[in-house]
Write a protein that binds this ligand. Structure first.
Ligand SMILES: [Zn+2]
Length: 261
């Protein structure tokens, strides 16, 4: 698969992958267009990105799945974002339809197999969470940019549009998955999260997030980080740090994630 990477992303993830978030790229649904969309998203000044983009004959990768794309505020930390060549206006008067041959081919041959693969690998059930479930931040499923915005009210994008056949797509994914049932994720990877500007550290184990504060004057962040790495190596499931607030999407935080397997 062709990969066109983008600087518009955060290294690592604050949360496990739970959502597949669908977008329309606002570009014609024609063969070869996915690479053009990803080229556009690879420009730093665009300030947006996606993990994949589909057109009728190809899927192009962008941000790696283990990194955080800038797709839809509220569902970046836990989302895999897929752009589709097409317009949110599809199905309106004088616009193409999602039932036209090219969009149908894209859905059938590129998008649906991709989503089924993501569901299998990330233990995501083929269901559409409600807006309330999305807002809770702890639900798995397949959704769209407009539903994420309805949940978090942090953007005005309305893709994939009112005529997008989301239920048909999810049904087709379910049929492809057969009797697959998601299982528990198992032990999460422990992350140390370091602010690139202040050097301060957070802890994240998939459930508990906490600001780590030095208790001994004169210790450097580098020394603290070394102690924490040793501690984590001894107690990978330790959750004894005090609770702290950390923004889900890392936006406005100059942070770097340091995965510790
Ligand atoms: Zn979008």
């Amino acid at each position: 698969m062709l990969t066109i990477s983008s600087p518009n992303m955060h290294r690592g993830r604050l949360e496990p992958v739970e959502l597949v978030v669908l977008h329309t790229a606002q570009a014609p649904c024609l063969p070869g267009r996915a690479a053009g969309v990803m080229q556009y998203l690879s420009r730093g000044e665009v300030g947006a990105s996606a993990h994949y983009c589909c057109d009728p004959t190809a899927t192009v990768a962008g941000v790696a799945e283990h990194d955080t794309a800038w797709g839809a505020a509220g569902a970046n930390a836990n989302g895999i974002h897929i752009e589709q060549c097409g317009y949110a206006e599809y199905g309106r008067v004088e616009w193409p339809s999602w039932n036209d041959p090219w969009p149908q081919q894209m859905l059938r041959e590129q998008l649906i197999p991709l989503i089924a693969d993501l569901c299998r690998r990330h233990n995501i059930p083929p269901v559409v969470p409600t807006v309330e479930q999305l807002r809770s931040g702890r639900v798995k499923g397949i959704t769209t940019h407009v539903l994420v915005n309805a949940a978090f009210r942090r953007g005005d994008h309305w893709d994939c549009g009112e005529n997008y056949p989301l239920d048909d797509v999810v049904r087709a994914v379910a049929a492809r998955l057969g009797d697959f049932t998601p299982t528990d994720q198992g032990e999460p990877v422990v992350l140390l999260i370091r602010s690139a500007s202040t050097g301060s550290l957070w802890w994240w184990n998939g459930q508990t997030r906490a600001l780590i504060q030095p208790r001994t004057a004169g210790r450097t962040w580098t020394q603290i980080e070394a102690s924490l790495r040793n501690l984590i190596a001894l107690h990978p499931s330790a959750t004894t740090w005090p609770d702290g607030a950390l923004h889900r999407d890392l936006e406005d935080w100059d942070l770097e994630l340091i995965p510790i397997a």
